[in-house]
Design a protein around this ligand. Structure first.
Ligand code: PGA
Length: 252
């Protein structure tokens, strides 16, 4: 019922020429792959050319962040409407690297997610615990706090709201959550959605797993009942690996 969604988060990688080379390969190699929705999140500088190159392709374009105001004296920021203007349909919000290095807070994540959705973009909202928090047994409490950004959202955004569960200790470390560990948190998130936003949201909102997803671990993760795709960092920079992960996410 939920179409799995796999998004490549390129982070701070790829100039325009390399970005175009990669999406051209993805477009060709994924053309015949059905049953999975796919997106790429290039750096801001490559969004427009990438979106142009993907105009006749179902591959969606996402930004890695967005601001909550549409215009004004906010040097360095990019508005949701500007992202739509260059062909983006999604924005990743609240990635743990933004929390860790750029002062993102629960409050800014909530503002950004609401602004993106209000502008008509889809929002991929990231949640997840650090290793210290997991070791302290506070994983679900931390995730629940992060999910607070979504309070009050209604079913009209169900198909444009995606939650990415990304345990911080699994990002870029080669250390993936086991399918069981991931499923446990995904089930908790789905339960929270049901309790706080209602059963229709719990049934429809997709929950991606992120953190060292690779071609050799994707299939088992994607088989878990509450995992609806992946947010892929390192392995999204090579067409072959990313295509293999997209194929692994197709329903069996
Ligand atoms: P990774 O990054 O796949 O390189 O661990 C995932 C992410 O940060 O979205």
């Amino acid at each position: 019922m939920r179409t799995p969604f796999v998004v490549g988060n390129w982070k701070l990688h790829k100039h325009v020429a390399d970005a175009l080379a990669l999406v051209t390969e993805l477009k060709n190699q994924l053309a015949a792959v059905k049953g999975v929705a796919v997106g790429v999140a290039p750096p801001f500088t490559a969004l427009y050319p990438v979106a142009k190159r993907l105009e006749d392709s179902p591959i969606a374009v996402a930004s890695q962040d967005c601001y909550w105001e549409e215009k004004g004296a906010f040097t360095g920021e990019v508005a949701p409407g500007m992202l739509k203007d260059v062909g983006c349909t999604w924005a990743i919000i609240g990635h743990s690297e933004r929390r860790q290095f750029f002062g993102e807070t629960d409050d800014t994540v909530a503002k950004k997610a609401r602004a993106a959705l209000a502008a008509g973009l889809g929002a991929i909202v990231c949640v997840g615990e650090t290793l210290a928090q997991r070791d302290a047994g506070t994983t679900t409490a931390v995730v629940e706090t992060h999910l607070g950004a979504l309070r009050g959202l209604g079913v009209e955004v169900a198909d444009r709201l995606v939650i990415a569960y990304e345990p911080v200790w699994a990002i870029g470390t080669g250390r993936t959550a086991t399918p069981g560990q991931a499923q446990e948190v995904h089930a908790f998130i789905r339960g929270w959605l049901g309790k706080e936003l209602g059963p229709a949201m719990a049934a429809a909102v997709r929950i991606q797993y992120g953190g060292s997803v690779k071609p050799d671990n994707a299939a088992e993760l994607m088989r878990q009942p509450d995992i609806d795709g992946a947010l892929v960092g390192g392995a999204s920079l090579q067409a072959a690996d990313f295509v293999a992960i997209c194929k692994a996410a197709r329903p069996s």
